[in-house]
Design a protein around this ligand. Sequence first.
Ligand SMILES: *Cc1c(COP(=O)(O)O)cnc(C)c1O
Length: 401
Amino acid sequence: MGKEIPAFCGGTPVRDTKLFYGHQYIDEADIQAVVDVLKSDYLTCGPKIGELEEKLCQVTGAKYAVACSNGTAALHMACMAAGIGAGDEVITTPITFAASANCALYCGARPVFADIDEETYNIDPQSVAEKVNGKTKAVVAVDFTGQSVELDELLAVCREKGLVFIEDGAHVIGTKYKGRANGSIADMTTFSFHPVKTVTGGEGGAVLTNNEEYYKKLLLYRSHGITRDTGLLEHEPEGGWYYEQIDLGYNYRITDMQAALIISQLDKLQMFSRRRKEIVARYNEAFSKLPQIAVQKEIPESDTTRHLYILRLVPEKLKIGRKEFFDALAAENICCNVHYIPTYYFPYYQKLGFAKGICPKAEKLYEEMLSIPLYYAMTDKDVEDVIRAVTKIVEYYSLPG
Ligand SMILES: *Cc1c(COP(=O)(O)O)cnc(C)c1O
């Protein structure tokens, strides 16, 4: 394995089996939880959905949770609940998965990209404030890599300008901001339970909120805009079968199998969190000694459960760029990824009229970064292999001075 790839630095690869940047961890309890649902009466719309929602409220301290099919659906529902529509603008970061901006497009609104802070890589509240105009309706802020965005600063901008604050918390589960779990602070927070995220259901998502109005809308949008709630019906029920569609929603429901898996995974959140923190601490310790590598700044307000570990190269100190570094790591059997290509670089966004150059700090970060392996099941040896590989490449390609 791995022998067909030439080792860029020469010598034998640091390891002979491949390590990937992320991987789920499934134990016997997870498997049993899914099997139990399969043997039960409900595969969807059953008791596991409410159980998951209750658990998410417990974990985050949010008042309401609405579980749904995936993180993208969660963002779409949150934008709908915020009342975003044609002609509106929604401010977000370009250093994110495409869904953070696509959710505005789904509603007929236009995404507007604010630049990042060059040290934390999170959206810069100052840049957000500068992008606000009369059309701005909401901010979708991403807790990039799991480090909380500057919630107080962003909330202050949103409150001052009358904007809805949506936190795309796809990376953030397990993180606390000033001692409170992310998920209970923004107007709405969305989660994703995709397998590379800290907690998984295969697919899955949720919206968390303390606002009852939003909660009721989210319930409607999850299931076609259909309700049986007598408080919402426009007509007298004709009988026990009666329901009405009172708005246009979607089928964004999650199955009970997925909900059961996520519940079981949430039982391990502290364990996941502890291990991720250990790995990040070890990486930070090793990489902060290398002048060729810049370590992501940690803000003291965020007690971070990291979803991704970003290796940022210092181009002035290396003979090679990110692409060669990525290939050199692959030759050592460390298989990385890049999170993310700035959203507005994509052809679809270019055709919508987004020019390169809007967010210079985000664009510079993109040129210099890659995501190295970070997941619960990594062994100490795996972690040391990554460090050895990075160190080997850095030393081989370092520029003098
Ligand atoms: C994963 C992710 C999403 C989308 O979640 P899905 O569950 O894959 O739809 C949205 N935003 C960010 C930042 C993500 O990482």
